[in-house]
Design a protein around this ligand. Structure first.
Ligand code: NAP
Length: 483
């Protein structure tokens, strides 16, 4: 691509969309910056209660028509939307690289991954199967899976495209209409995707996107009796608050929240595979993913060897601006994020951990941090707080029971990873880890066909896979008296 920055800027639309119409608002605007430079790349309107209510009303009005549309036609729409996204992978990748800071090559991979949810759920729309059952009362019972109603979808900044399509794919497949609130730090990718949805033939009203103060918009969405479903991806504290706000209207909820993933390496593992996969899992999005390993436990007899091999590979990762060739680690999303990684590193050092590579802010300054590997110290902080940055703390362990207890001693339970060549152990530990997902001899588990979601305070509900559409349907039972 000749000039990806220019392609990104060409895709920036500085407006929200209510029922497919651009809305610029008349009041203040929210600035969006390039995390690599701090330069303002555009603004979105700071909308509030009135516009959110309009969007909800539009979703409510469009619901009867869209939910009764032949599911094959909804599938055809999803495929057409996916086709348009395929035509724009480079542009969307460049836009994400610009507003999120993730390396351009990686951002293109996210665009493809995001699109895979639309393709997968197009198929699921065609397989919205019910069932039949004879009842002991002599009736025939016939079930249908019907759309729950207008849905509110709130998404984070770390995967600006994929977190949106992972919700909109199943929502549209089921027949729901939606109001989207994207993260204020990365709204432009979401706006571009919504514009492509309308280009693909989505009926007016089926989708709106509101930008503005999160608490105000969230308050209106969660209190509205017209919204029947909330799907939220973001931090655990905000998820808890939203769940509370939804209680009075008893909405269906999906909560994709924070994690503190353990990664366990047993002495019998292929250490080269474990090192390569740890890097893949940890450094995607510069360590800012909810599923990235937050704490690495290595069996003591191989802990030094693993740590040295990992540090040697991590030292090779090029840090820089998303658009530079060969860059693997970009800036963090905001200054506060850099402060947090620094605090976690200081904690390790205070507790006696050694820095094997990296060890502080990057010479590029701003929001760049050196990819860092440590060995030793205390893991307690990392069980309860996501670092959300390029720091890999390694801790040695002596037994399977000990490491399993540590892995499970956390409020979180999203992703987990283990490396071993012992099949019995893989199943035994994999099934006992308190997490919604466990990667065995792999650091990457996310695809459209795998169920994604957590347990404990990482939330509930599953996205992707054959289960994802269940979050957007109710079971309707028709009981037929047979005479
Ligand atoms: P966040 O602060 O919870 O924000 C996420 C979204 O919620 C943003 O759109 C934000 O809007 C909005 N929001 C914030 N306060 C709100 C409120 N009071 N009412 C309604 N909406 C509100 O999370 P974040 O720091 O951006 O994202 C990172 C977190 O997401 C991490 O904890 C990560 O683990 C988690 N995450 C989880 C998954 C998963 O699938 N489990 C995937 C990715 C990320 P503004 O941007 O306008 O503040």
């Amino acid at each position: 691509m000749a000039d990806p920055r220019a392609a990104a800027r060409a895709l920036i639309s500085e407006h929200a969309l209510i029922a497919g119409e651009a809305v610029t608002g008349s009041g203040s605007r929210i600035a969006v910056d390039d995390p690599a430079t701090g330069e303002i790349i555009g603004h979105v309107p700071d909308l509030g209660e009135a516009e959110t209510k309009q969007a909800i009303q539009a979703a409510h009005d469009a619901f009867p028509g869209w939910s009764r549309t032949d599911p094959h036609k909804r599938a055809a729409f999803l495929r057409e939307w996916a086709r348009l996204i395929d035509e724009n992978i480079d542009g969307l990748g460049a836009l994400m690289a610009l507003e999120n800071g993730k390396p351009f090559e990686e951002a293109k991979v996210e665009a493809v991954y995001a699109n895979s949810f639309l393709k997968w759920f197009a198929g699921e729309a065609e397989r919205l199967l019910g069932d039949t059952q004879d009842s002991p009362l002599g009736h025939a019972i016939i079930t249908f899976r019907q759309a729950v109603g207008p849905a509110a979808l709130i998404t984070p900044w770390n995967f600006p495209a994929a977190m949106l399509t992972r919700k909109l794919g199943p929502a549209f497949a089921a027949g729901c209409t939606a109001v989207v609130k994207p993260a204020s730090q990365t709204p432009f990718t979401a706006i571009a995707l919504v514009e492509l949805a309308y280009k693909a033939g989505l009926p007016k009203g089926a989708l709106s996107l509101i930008t503005g103060d999160a608490a105000t918009i969230g308050g209106v969405l969660t209190s509205s009796p017209l919204i029947r479903k909330l799907s939220f991806t973001g931090s655990t504290p905000v998820g808890k608050k939203l769940a509370e706000q939804c209680a009075p209207t008893l909405k269906r909820l999906s909560m994709e929240l924070g994690g503190a993933a353990p990664l366990i390496v047993f002495a019998d593992a292929d250490l080269d595979v474990a090192v390569a996969e740890t890097i893949k899992g940890k450094f995607r999005n510069s360590g800012q993913t909810c599923v990235c390993p937050n704490r690495v436990y290595v069996e003591r007899s191989v802990s030094e060897e693993f740590a040295e091999k990992l540090a040697a590979e991590v030292a090779k990762l090029k840090v820089g601006n998303a658009f530079e060739d060969g860059v693997k680690v970009g800036p963090l999303i905001e200054d506060k994020a850099v402060d947090k990684v620094e605090r976690h590193l200081e904690h390790i050092k205070e507790k006696g951990g050694r820095v094997l590579t990296g060890g502080g802010r990057h010479e590029l300054g701003g929001r760049f941090f050196q990819p860092t590997v440590t060995l030793g110290g205390d893991d307690a902080l990392f069980r309860e707080e996501e670092t959300f940055g390029p720091l890999v703390p390694i801790f040695a362990f002596d037994s399977e029971d000990e490491v399993l207890a540590k892995a499970n001693d956390s409020e979180f339970g999203l992703a987990s990873y283990l490396f071993t060549r012992d099949l019995d152990r893989a199943f035994r530990v994999g099934r006992q880890i308190e997490a919604g997902m466990c990667g065995i001899n792999t650091g990457l588990t996310s695809t459209a066909v795998a169920p994604f979601g957590g347990v404990k305070e990482s939330g509930y509900g599953r996205e992707g896979s054959t289960h994802g559409i269940d979050e957007y349907v109710d079971i309707k039972a028709l009981t037929l008296g047979l005479r």
